[in-house]
Design a protein around this ligand. Sequence first.
Ligand code: ATP
Ligand code: MG
Length: 439
Amino acid sequence: MYGLRMAASQTRAFLHLSEGAILRVQGPMRVSVSEGQILILGAIYPRGSELRIARYRTYGLKALVDSKLEIYMEEGASVEAPQRDEEPLDMWIYSVDHDIRRGCRTFVILGPTDSGKSSLASLIANRALLRNLRVGVVDGDVGQADVGPPGCVSAAVISNTVLWLREAVPRYMKFIGDTTPQHRESAVVAAIVELLAKLRLRDNIDVAVVNTDGWVRGEAAIRHKLDVVNYVEPDSVIILGDERLYRIFEVEFRHLPCGVKLLPSPRIRRQRTREERRLLRSERYRTFLAGSDRRRLNMREIAVQNSCLLGGLQLDRAVVERLSRILGVDVLLAVDSGDVVRVAVSSDVDASRLDVAEAVVGKKVEIVDVRDAENLIVGVIGHGGQLCGIGVIRHVDLRTLTIEVETPCSEEIRGVVLGRIKISENMDAEYGRVRHCVL
Ligand SMILES: Nc1ncnc2c1ncn2[C@@H]1O[C@H](COP(=O)(O)OP(=O)(O)OP(=O)(O)O)[C@@H](O)[C@H]1O
Ligand SMILES: [Mg+2]
């Protein structure tokens, strides 16, 4: 039937859809409903509506009655008629409506990357909004975060129809500091539970949707997801497109009021490459760092979380001076962590002299070059003691114990939380993760 694929710049097309017809539309495009009524991600768009489908997003679009659409497609956009059974839209809506009707109110969504988790989360929100329920979303995906910045667990109240959770404004955020939950599993679970409690207590939500990351292979990943479900205690667990995962969760959680369900992933969907995922994250960094100012902070006065240097037992001046002579550099700080002595410097150290230094302190010596902390993303704790946003470390001076952070948070800064992701100088792309201690 249809099969428009645009390579060139903007193209305008008119489509007539008969009642019940479904199309697969891929952004970037703008759709204007000239006549009739359509359904996307469970949201109803009547005549006169205008909507935008973002780049890298594909959705099933259904005509609820005979409809006419005007579409403006940009490069990369396409419109296709799906084959039978390719489109899960009807099945998703049927299942979600059924659950909401019978009183299921808290949902956890699980599935591999690109299985449709974020889309289903939006669909549940849209269906709940149609029933005038208050909806909150907890975005527990620190990698492909939709609601807040990457590296954070975030939560939002959804008060208008959403086509992409990126349209939602984060109300609460918790900084995890990495784009994978691996090694930070308990922090992620605790953050999800905390933000869910806030949405319930402060915002009086009726329906809660918890989205998770796509790390579902291997025992550690499964354990993490089991913990999420265990501590959230949802009414319903929905697994997308992964039968093996479904079997595990069905055995563990069949006692839940609305049980565990397996729903199909869209059969034909655009799988994002690693590069596209990075690009999508970059856009998010830009958004959450826009309007940043450089702030100079005194590390004696603010809280510094996750530091491997500042809270340790400092070796006295004489030892520090001796280490400086041995290593041939200015040692700024030497800290005994129990297992190792960390020696902070801000110039290159000749590694061949480490043996001598280790003999002096009687322990393994680890060099911490604080220049490595530059361009590290941090969580910024604001006036009320809550995360106010993210920031980037620009300079650390251990002599004066000052740190310079670029952040859009304009309130009084009470603390910084060190993460593991580094960002490029112009703040628009990740360029690595620190392995361990940098400050
Ligand atoms: N009904 C649909 N038909 C076709 N494609 C769809 C449909 N719903 C969603 N998609 C597309 O499938 C892709 C994956 O969806 P989504 O981003 O929701 O998955 P995800 O599991 O959240 O992915 P991630 O692991 O990146 O967070 C997206 O490009 C999305 O636009
Ligand atoms: Mg997602």
